[in-house]
Ligand binder design. Structure first.
Ligand SMILES: C[S@@+](CC[C@H](N)C(=O)[O-])C[C@H]1O[C@@H](n2cnc3c(N)ncnc32)[C@H](O)[C@@H]1O
Length: 196
């Protein structure tokens, strides 16, 4: 999966990494930055997506599509698709460009809109990567878990660097009998849950 990443995808990953790291240095306001996962987290979520059971793959918080590119590697391998949601128009424009230039429009269904609204109509989720504003994590968790297939994986970013803000949701997941869960110390910390 990582040995033969198409050049178009590598080029776009590199361009987005550069753009995000420059914005972190030049004082670009938080909500304008891409706020992407680091590459090691990208590899980790791709590996987890590659072993998820059959079902719907979703991502909440596309930004410009960097994490989606990693997840798309797993989807290509398995012949599956992923649906990714982004709320902000400027990020949505960048995300559409990402999936166009990387020729991934047949793998990624991109939805410009509030994931919380669309979630109501989605069932049989086998993989979800949650990487949005921290105040919606708990709501997303409660909405997602009942809709997940047995063996389905829910991953949530920022479990360590935003531990305080996410504490209620993390406590709930780590003691929830419906899932096996742990926090993996990679990147900003990944909550990994497997639905029983
Ligand atoms: C941390 S960034 C995502 C970074 C991206 N996952 C990556 O690593 O490349 C969080 C994104 O979630 C989006 N977002 C926040 N709430 C959302 C919602 N309810 N539905 C869809 N997107 C949302 C924000 O606009 C922002 O672009």
């Amino acid at each position: 999966m990582f040995e033969n990443i198409p050049q178009l995808i590598l080029d776009r990953m590199q361009a987005l990494e550069l753009r995000d790291s420059q914005a972190r240095l030049d004082g670009t306001p938080r909500f304008e930055r891409l706020r992407q996962i680091p590459p090691e987290t990208g590899k980790f979520i791709a590996l987890m997506a590659a072993v998820a059971p059959a079902g719907r793959y979703i991502e909440i918080g596309t930004s410009a599509g960097y994490s989606t590119l990693w997840l798309a590697l797993a989807c290509r391998l398995l012949g599956r698709k992923i649906t990714s949601f982004e709320l902000l128009t400027e990020k949505a424009t960048l995300a559409r460009e990402t999936f166009k230039v990387t020729k991934l429009e047949d793998v990624v269904e991109f939805i410009h809109g509030d994931a919380l609204v669309s979630l109501a109509a989605i069932n049989d989720i086998s993989f979800c990567f949650l990487d949005a504003e921290k105040d919606i994590y708990e709501h997303c968790y409660e909405a997602l878990i009942p809709k997940m297939v047995s063996g389905g994986l829910l991953m949530a970013d920022n479990a360590i660097n935003h531990e305080a803000a996410l504490r209620p949701m993390l406590k709930r997941a780590l003691s929830d009998p419906r899932v096996d869960a742990l926090i993996v110390p990679i990147g900003k910390g990944e909550l990994l849950c497997r639905k029983q």
